[in-house]
Design a protein around this ligand. Structure first.
Ligand code: ADP
Ligand code: MG
Length: 261
């Protein structure tokens, strides 16, 4: 009885809570030349809720980067809708998009993308500069974020003075410093050795345990194995989604009963 109650209340929470990502029948068609069309994404629908940890996998050319660019508001769908934390991205003016990105998304890239000749601390402070946070508060929050990724003793180091794994930890600190609803990572361990990969994955595990939302694009099985949900792309479509398989029939039935009531 207790189980039924907890199942239906969690089902209720899931339905009423707004998803962080809500992708509705999105396609993206490239037209490299007027008579040539590439359907990089073809009718993708996807919802990700707060606290989810999702890996997106797929072979080269399956549409991962295209999806990442759409999720990151770096590109717009050819058709379909995309709501980021409840905001329909299509309705946002070009000028306001970078502000939306800065507030809603922490990016982690394969190539780290830190600003050279700039200290770890200043790199992590940068999103807060854009957000108009005061200097004192910036320093406090950036220091705390760097401590959270085990880089508290390297605040003044330049990227060139850090190993790849350490640079990526700084990049993760930069991604979390604004406390965004979504952390979006594209092949975050693609340039790392196995030890640094483990360090970064351990940090991601901790972020997930803190209830942060992580979407990680990867082709590495050991990275995907740490996610709660694995989505596979093939030819621009979702060909597998472990969340669909993982929802027990009893839970679905309870949710349906509740929905009907
Ligand atoms: P992945 O990241 O999974 O390797 P992409 O999203 O980069 O896949 O690419 C998906 C498909 O779209 C591929 O067929 C690719 O060649 C094509 N594509 C990607 N970007 C462009 C572009 N700017 N112009 C034309 N075709 C593109
Ligand atoms: Mg790619």
């Amino acid at each position: 009885m207790a189980m039924t109650t907890s199942t239906s209340s969690s089902a209720r929470r899931r339905r009423t809570r707004r998803p962080v990502l809500d992708v509705r029948d999105v396609s993206r068609v490239y037209r490299p030349t007027p008579d040539h069309e590439v359907r990089a994404l073809d009718g993708v629908s996807l919802r990700v809720h707060r606290g989810d940890h999702v890996a997106i996998m797929g072979t080269s050319g399956s549409g991962k980067s295209t999806l990442m660019h759409l999720l990151g508001c770096l590109d717009a769908p050819s058709s379909g809708r995309y709501l980021l934390d409840g905001v329909d991205v299509a309705g946002v003016e070009e000028n306001d998009l970078s502000d939306l990105r800065n507030r809603k998304i922490g990016f982690v890239f394969q190539a780290f993308n830190l600003i050279p000749r700039t200290s770890a601390l200043a790199n992590v402070e940068l999103p807060l500069v854009y957000a108009g946070v005061s200097r004192t508060e910036r320093r406090q929050r950036a220091t705390a974020a760097l401590r959270a990724v085990g880089m508290g003793s390297r605040l003044d180091h330049l990227p060139s003075e850090l190993s790849g794994g350490q640079q990526q930890r700084v990049a993760v600190a930069r991604a979390i410093v604004t406390d965004p609803p979504l952390i979006l990572a594209d092949e975050p361990t693609g340039n790392l050795d196995s030890r640094s990969t483990e360090d970064v994955l351990t940090i991601f595990d901790r972020l997930r345990d803190q209830g942060r939302t992580l979407v990680i694009i990867t082709h590495e099985d050991d990275v995907a194995a740490r996610a709660r949900r694995v989505i596979r792309l093939g030819d621009g479509r979702i060909v597998a989604d472990s969340a669909a398989a993982a929802t027990p029939v009893a839970t679905r039935h309870a949710a349906e009963r509740e929905a009907a009531a």
